[in-house]
Design a protein around this ligand. Structure first.
Ligand code: ADP
Ligand code: MG
Length: 331
């Protein structure tokens, strides 16, 4: 995806006002009637129509006349609103190249006012399933607020809250700088995903570091739930940073044990496949025992874990991200 933010500079105040009006209209309309946009924008001269044409030309809104004449915000339109807010807050001055495409996000390098490069993650929930959601809209009739704007915003809020709390508790995560709408601004990690690494100087050390992260998270009351070679970044000194938190759950979650085991499994399997590494492998060979992963008694076991380090899950439930928000995301 190309994010040409130069257009941002050329949009007039009125055009932004109309774009914001479309966003507001989307709180209870999938397609916002043109007349409503005009009313919300409340422009004194000329009305909203001329401005809508400019927004259409830049693909910030999409025209839909299947049922009535109306418009909806595009991904790009939502991106612009969030980026503009970040710029107005004095946090960023420019958007650079795209550094990541996740399942449900786009990540860009951005430049802060002091020249530092940061990372901006734009959440895109329902990117692939939006059409399917739309066709099932009868089931969702009473939940008109469950659109991609709302869900992407929830994901960003959750990610920001978790990243901030984890970082404050000494976990190796990017530092969360700020968030708005579906965007999270964070420090840029000087490294690359573990999935791109062909060889490690010290696989045992990296393995132990990574497994103890899963354990320490659980001791704080949390499970990552997507803990794998794509969400672990590693630098030239083999220092590990974990990322990607929107799917984290509490250890009190009904499926906690299977999520925990799956996270541990991913790491065991990846290290075996990529680095031919089995924890304690040498020791056991010396004792004449098979290199069987199942017999590894150092493997962390969910039932033996204790919540020794605190209750981050509960702290977070008390943050801006509510229990109801989580239920909406789960749906
Ligand atoms: P998704 O939820 O879509 O998987 P991620 O948060 O995992 O999104 O980010 C996708 C990719 O973007 C990562 O695999 C990584 O390569 C890159 N990335 C994300 N955040 C950062 C960051 N703070 N610094 C450097 N690279 C990042
Ligand atoms: Mg990821």
């Amino acid at each position: 995806m190309k994010l040409d933010v130069n257009v941002l500079r050329y949009l007039s105040k009125d055009e932004f006002r109309v774009l914001t009006a479309v966003e507001m209209g989307m709180k209870n309309h999938e397609i916002v009637p043109a007349e409503l946009i005009d009313r919300i924008a409340g422009l004194k001269t000329g009305g909203a129509y001329k401005n809508i044409r400019t927004l259409l030309r830049h693909k910030l809104v999409h025209h839909d006349s299947t049922k009535y004449d109306g418009y909806r915000l595009t991904n790009l339109g939502y991106d612009f609103l969030a980026i503009k807010t970040m710029v107005n807050r004095g946090l960023i001055v420019g958007v650079g190249r795209q550094i990541g495409v996740g399942k449900e996000s786009d990540i860009f390098e951005v430049v802060a006012e002091d020249g530092q490069t940061l990372a901006l993650k734009l959440h895109r929930l329902g990117r692939t399933s939006f059409r399917a959601v739309k066709s099932k809209r009868d089931y969702l009739k009473h939940r008109s607020s469950f659109n991609w704007l709302y869900l992407s915003r929830l994901a960003a809020l959750k990610e920001f809250a978790f990243m901030k709390a984890l970082h404050e508790h000494g976990f190796p995560t990017p530092k969360a700088v700020d968030w708005n709408r579906h965007c999270v601004l964070m420090t840029l990690v000087p490294g690359y995903p573990l999935v791109q690494v062909k060889e490690l100087k010290n696989p045992a050390l990296v393995f132990d570091t990574v497994i103890s992260l899963i354990v320490r998270l659980a001791e704080h009351g949390l499970i990552h739930c997507d803990f794998n070679e794509f969400n672990l970044l590693i630098d030239d000194d083999e220092k590990v940073t974990m990322i990607d938190f929107p799917q984290m759950v509490s250890i009190s979650h009904r499926n906690a044990e299977s999520y925990f085991d799956r996270d541990v499994d991913c790491i065991y399997k990846f290290f075996l496949k990529r680095f031919n590494y089995v924890p304690g492998g040498n020791a056991r060979t010396l004792q004449g025992i098979d290199n069987n992963v199942d017999e590894d008694d150092t493997r962390p076991d969910f039932v033996n874990l204790a919540r020794t380090a605190g209750a981050l899950d509960k702290e977070l439930a008390a943050s801006g991200f509510t229990h109801q928000n989580q239920e909406d995301l789960d749906q």
